[in-house]
Design a protein. Structure first.
Length: 201
């Protein structure tokens, strides 16, 4: 049985569990699998860039809803200017005068970036970040992970299903297969195993 789209993944999960009565539950297993995969995977395919636009006089910008982890934030211009991270307390103390200008530092509070100084004009900010795996659904039937590594989706879904069907004897098997799949995916990227290194400052 091939696993190339959402329907085929659901059918494979039912087949591997040898259950025909879980049609309504299998989408939940896949959702739980995606949540776990987002936590465990660190791969190039999850890297994304987007441009955020400031508003003059407003010190905050909304983060992408699919962001897992920030990599870099910079002001775009003739010469791009990377922004430095500060804790909320540090920004509160160091920029207590609420001066305006081109932002040079930022912090993150909830779903927003807060900038200092307060933007005095419209600035384009380029955000590089780790992106959540696009969720599978009836309208989004495949994604990069299912296309490249259907085994990761399958084993993660089976592992998520096991407590529900109370088949504790299979947890170790699915957990081992899932771990092998995740390690294989992470192992092909420079994050975890290549000879690429970050330049010392």
């Amino acid at each position: 049985m091939s696993i190339t789209n959402y329907s085929e993944l659901q059918a494979s999960v039912a087949s591997w569990l040898n259950r025909g009565d879980l049609t309504a539950n299998i989408p939940d297993f896949i959702t739980l699998a995606e949540a776990q995969l987002c936590t465990d995977l660190k791969t190039r395919a999850m890297e994304a860039k987007t441009t955020l636009v400031t508003v003059a006089g407003v010190n905050s910008v909304s983060l992408p809803t699919d962001m897992l982890e920030m990599r870099r934030l910079q002001v775009l211009g003739t010469y791009n200017q990377p922004l430095s991270y500060r804790s909320p307390d540090e920004i509160s103390v160091d920029f207590s005068s609420n001066t305006a200008g081109q932002p040079v530092v930022f912090t993150v509070i909830g779903g927003n970036i807060e900038l200092a100084p307060i933007p005095d004009a419209v600035y384009s900010l380029e955000l590089t970040y780790q992106q959540r795996i696009p969720a599978l659904s009836a309208s989004n039937i495949t994604n990069w992970l299912l296309s490249a590594w259907p085994n990761a989706y399958l084993y993660a879904s089976l592992l998520a299903a096991t407590p529900f069907i109370m088949n504790d004897a299979r947890i170790g098997t699915w957990a081992q297969l899932y771990s092998q799949a995740v390690n294989s995916i992470n192992g092909v990227d420079w994050y975890s195993g290549s000879t690429m290194t970050v330049r010392a400052r």
